[in-house]
Write a protein that binds this ligand. Sequence first.
Ligand code: NAP
Length: 271
Amino acid sequence: MMTENKKTKALIIGCGKMGGSLLKSMADSGLYNIYVVDTDESRRKYASRCGAEVFSKLEGAPSADIYILAVKPQEIDAVLKKIKSSVLKGRLLISIAAGISIEHIKSYIDSMPVVRAMPNTPLAVGEGMTALCVSDAEPPEAAEEALHLFSLSGAAEIINENIIDAVTAVSGSGPAYFILLAGEMKKFLSEKGMDEAQASSFAARTVLGSGKLMADSEQSFEQLIKNVVSPGGTTEAALNHIEKKGLKKIFYKAMEKALKRARELSKEEGQ
Ligand SMILES: NC(=O)c1ccc[n+]([C@@H]2O[C@H](COP(=O)([O-])OP(=O)(O)OC[C@H]3O[C@@H](n4cnc5c(N)ncnc54)[C@H](OP(=O)(O)O)[C@@H]3O)[C@@H](O)[C@H]2O)c1
């Protein structure tokens, strides 16, 4: 059995939606002693309930093995300056801030390896998809440790940092696309007479099951679509309309827009 002092010390800075989800999965794993810094009292209360030791300022927090930066991108520079001036040193610093490059973080912190992560909100239910960027200069243990940490709340893959804006447009923003579609399914069922709760369940479980099929089945996405369609049937009628109205093109273009915005934000945030 792992003793208290064998646990990895992790300091999460910013315990909002994403930091809070990471905290939960890390706490559930029992592998970490977790410290949390958050300026918001309600978030500190949440972190305490998860078993973390909480601080309102970085200045009072202990040093750790792993630092996780989970504040908004516009707060990152102030936090990096504080880490630098406190001469905090660990074996890994992970940033989940959108648009903040490894090079930018390294311009403040050269005392530990840096991993840049792009998680998504399904992290909150253990079904996240996280992209991890690690520069070649870092020891392989840095990537392994980050992979392990994010695997506690879903799947994680190493990617090249030069594709992270495209990944942001897909897995980062993607939950909103599918929830939007599910919202229309729910509305449709409600308007046809189903009660709200049941309509939510049908919509959500249709998206959930489709995602699981795509993730777990060995069949191609095209084949998984064919499995639903029969000639002259209901699905074919719907898909023909989608094709005729150009929805696929609209959707592809929407991701191009998200990619363009991610690039603009990266420039604004100091990539
Ligand atoms: N949401 C997503 O889908 C998503 C996906 C991928 C990556 N991200 C990235 O994840 C990061 C966090 O996003 P989020 O949605 O979790 O934000 P959030 O819910 O606003 O959480 C940030 C938390 O940090 C606190 N905070 C602000 N300044 C601080 C400081 N100097 N020291 C300590 N705590 C501080 C905030 O408190 P106050 O409320 O008082 O400011 C808040 O509780 C962002 O950088 C974002 O780019 C988000």
